[in-house]
Design a protein around this ligand. Structure first.
Ligand code: UDP
Length: 468
């Protein structure tokens, strides 16, 4: 292959158009480069034109179209969005493969978000390798697989005798521990997107952003059922926070929001180690004004320092209290969450349990207070509390996520105190942090899976002849 002599094969990496989906693919790409793979990240034109991309890591960037170059992902009509992305995305990806291959860099593989299985058809048309990438936990994927197979049926009800769902590969679950898309009837296209992931039966590889040791029963079960080449390669967190083997890999390099890093780090520096409650609900979750107020009083009454990320779109919901910008609390619109979690100052992370946030807290050994909103966050909260035991769950008054129920200030205060002032969740968080780091160092479970893929791809590239 022309270009850098070290590059022995070329992957096009196609993420879905949401921050929580493209950062894992970008980070996985960074792990491939030292393994002699050239990587071109194919971003949608909209994302490319609106986001700050600061990649220093040798990744090449090019664009395709989702059909919405000026507006991007339309959350109001996700079905229309997916159908258009399928058609326009397949055409423009085909053009990109031809362009790359004719200009000295033949493409040998497409790694694509598993919710867009139509890109596997593009790979097969060119006779190249297709690798699907799952961005959620393996347990969540196993639950969706059960739904596809009919071992979980909609509408979902628990066994009234047992009071729980007992299904292979998973711990006993309440209905409210399942991804809400299965029972809430509000997110039918999101549910369809998750089920679509299993249309990747013909993929040469299926990667999951998790660590084998974190959910080995679910990984073993799904691997056996699905009969695909299923591999765990996570966590997709910058090397600096894990194994420090990839120079300059200190950040996610792409962000939709502008972080107020200096303000955060200056404020944190003046606080004792482990004394700060960090609060963030990720890039999408929206709390009601009443829930925002309950959270504020829960934080205030716990009497601990807090650093609270409130996105600009949410600021109007904050109570007008002077205390918010006082000595005890700092509110910012965005921060580098990794830097904050790794600062040593954070004693507890109040989180909506997005999978990336969950993996980050587990990797950096930070215990959590789980306040899931909807979707897979409910299942992640279950694992945080009952499987890894690295946190507690602040229960909403109706036992579901905060999209439906309300978590009262007393519950939030009690949970924060339990984590900040207790020992057990911290001890477990330390333990899991070490296990995760071992998975990514050379020879660890995730590193080995990545190495197997790179070796196999290089072998493929040696004999592959590109033809249009
Ligand atoms: N994040 C960040 N700064 C913030 C809040 C969040 O960098 O102030 C990042 C966080 O590190 C994580 C991502 O945003 O990587 C959120 O992803 P997650 O899957 O947890 O939730 P989502 O935004 O998809 O709901």
């Amino acid at each position: 292959m022309a270009g850098d002599e070290r590059e022995k094969a070329h992957c096009l990496v196609v993420p879905a158009a949401a921050q929580g989906h493209f950062t894992p693919l970008l980070q996985f790409s960074k792990r491939l480069i030292p393994k002699r793979i050239r990587v071109t990240l194919a971003l949608t034109r909209f994302i490319h034109s609106t986001m700050t991309v600061t990649a220093q890591s040798g990744i090449h960037i090019d664009t395709i179209s989702d059909g919405f170059d000026h507006s991007g992902l339309i959350l109001q009509d996700p079905e229309h969005y997916s159908q258009t992305f399928r058609r326009v995305g397949s055409e423009t990806l085909t053009d990109l493969i031809r362009k790359q291959s004719e200009s000295r860099h033949p493409v040998h593989c497409i790694i694509y978000d598993a919710s867009m299985p139509w890109f596997l058809d593009v790979a097969k048309r060119f006779g190249i390798v297709g690798a699907a990438f799952l961005t959620q936990s393996c347990a969540v994927n196993a639950i969706y697989y059960h739904l596809r197979e009919g071992t979980i049926k909609r509408p979902v009800v628990s066994d009234p005798a047992a009071g729980t769902l007992v299904i292979d590969g998973l711990p006993p679950l309440e209905v409210s521990d399942l991804p809400s898309f299965i029972w809430d009837d509000l997110h039918t296209e999101f549910l369809a997107a998750h089920l679509r992931q299993f249309s990747n039966d013909g993929a040469d590889w299926v990667f999951c952003n998790t660590v084998y040791q974190l959910e080995l029963e679910a990984v073993d079960w799904l691997t056996k059922q699905w009969l695909i080449n299923f591999r765990t390669i996570g966590p997709t967190i910058p090397s600096f926070y894990l194994d420090k083997q990839i120079p300059d890999d200190k950040d996610y390099d792409i962000s939709i929001f502008n972080p107020q890093n200096q303000t955060c780090m200056n404020w944190l520096q003046s606080k004792p180690d482990g004394s700060v409650v960090y609060v963030s609900f990720g890039s999408l979750a929206r709390l009601s004004p009443q829930q925002t107020e309950e959270l504020y009083f829960g934080l205030k009454n716990s009497n601990h320092y807090f650093l609270w990320v409130v996105r600009e779109s949410e600021v109007a919901k904050l109570p007008k209290e002077e205390y918010l910008s006082g000595e005890k609390g700092l509110v910012v619109s965005w921060c580098s969450q990794l830097q904050v979690l790794a600062s040593g100052k954070v004693g507890c992370f109040v989180t909506h349990c997005g999978w990336n946030s969950t993996l980050e807290a587990l990797s950096l050994g930070v215990p959590m207070v789980a306040m899931p909103e909807c979707g897979d966050q409910l299942t992640n909260a279950k694992f945080i509390k009952d499987v890894w035991k690295t946190g507690v769950r602040a229960e909403a008054d109706d036992g579901k996520g905060i999209m439906w129920g309300m978590i009262k200030r007393e519950v939030i205060e009690r949970c924060i105190r339990e984590v900040m002032e207790g020992e057990e969740t911290r001890r477990n968080a330390d333990k899991w942090g070490k296990i995760i780091k071992e998975a990514v160092v050379e020879g660890g479970s995730s590193d080995k899976n990545t190495e197997d893929f790179a070796t196999s791809l290089i072998n493929f590239a040696e004999t592959f002849q590109f033809s249009c």
